[in-house]
Write a protein that binds this ligand. Structure first.
Ligand SMILES: *[C@@H]1O[C@H](CO)[C@@H](O)[C@H](O)[C@H]1NC(C)=O
Ligand SMILES: *[C@@H]1O[C@H](CO)[C@@H](O)[C@H](O)[C@H]1NC(C)=O
Length: 223
């Protein structure tokens, strides 16, 4: 009986190591400290500000690919319409040694329907965000960096509304704060504004739209 239990315990050990969802020790590293940028590369000569960070000190499950998608559902956002990108993927360099890498995922406001709502967002415009993970060996915080913006509709070719970076960030953060839930998960989220990661203004910013230099750091805890 005891021998059997020990064998079972041994058999489980490799799985425990295969998915080490241990809580991280650092909220994030400033991308510029490692030769990266708080602006992504939109391929147009400018970039979108990485204006929201999901802290590495969040519950580790939130920082996984499935975890951020479920958290997005809790805020009324879903993966892109039929998973079709409306534009080329953008790249970002989070200063973690990985260099410039494609966005992991793009997520849109879903207007209450996770299956067709994001298609509606594509047509009528709304809030959306791109996600990168800071997990290179030289700055492995596990934090997610989000480029959030509020867009015009498709007839405007998904350009950003005036002040769309600040507005997009504030809308996402308002939706995230406090208690939210989706699927089997309930989240408790706090926010802190950080300056110094990116200069305020429009220098280097896609479409020349000024932003206020504030990055909001969200700490998302599964309760
Ligand atoms: C780092 O994150 C990327 C996605 O952003 C993923 O493809 C890669 O497997 C991760 N690397 C490690 C070591 O977990
Ligand atoms: C962060 O800054 C924005 C823009 O000024 C503001 O609306 C928001 O309330 C601030 N949030 C926190 C947590 O300080």
């Amino acid at each position: 009986m005891h021998a059997g239990l020990n064998l079972l315990a041994l058999a489980l050990v490799p799985f425990a190591f295969a998915t080490p969802l241990a809580k991280r020790a650092v909220a994030y590293y400033a991308p510029t400290a490692g030769g990266g940028s708080e602006l992504d590369n939109a391929g147009s000569g400018g970039g979108e500000p990485l204006n929201v960070i999901i802290s590495g000190l969040s519950s580790p499950e939130v920082l996984t690919d499935d975890g951020i998608v479920n958290f997005a559902h809790a805020l009324g956002y879903s993966r892109e319409c039929l998973d079709i990108h409306s534009g080329a993927p953008q790249t970002a360099n989070l200063g973690d040694g990985n260099g410039w890498v494609d966005q992991l995922i793009e997520i849109r406001e879903d207007y209450g329907s996770s299956s067709i709502g994001t298609c509606l967002e594509s047509l009528v415009g709304g809030n959306h965000f791109r996600v990168w993970r800071q997990n290179g060996t030289s700055a492995d915080s596990g934090a997610l960096f989000l480029a959030v913006s509020k867009e015009e509709d498709l007839s405007e070719h998904h350009t950003i509304v005036a002040n769309g970076y600040n507005i997009g960030r504030n809308l996402l953060v308002s939706a995230a704060l406090g208690t939210t839930s989706a699927g089997d998960y309930t989240y408790s989220t706090t926010a802190e504004n950080v300056t110094g990661l990116i200069a305020a203004g429009s220098t280097g910013v896609n479409h020349g739209i000024a932003q206020d230099g504030i990055v909001t750091v969200l700490t998302v805890t599964i309760v």
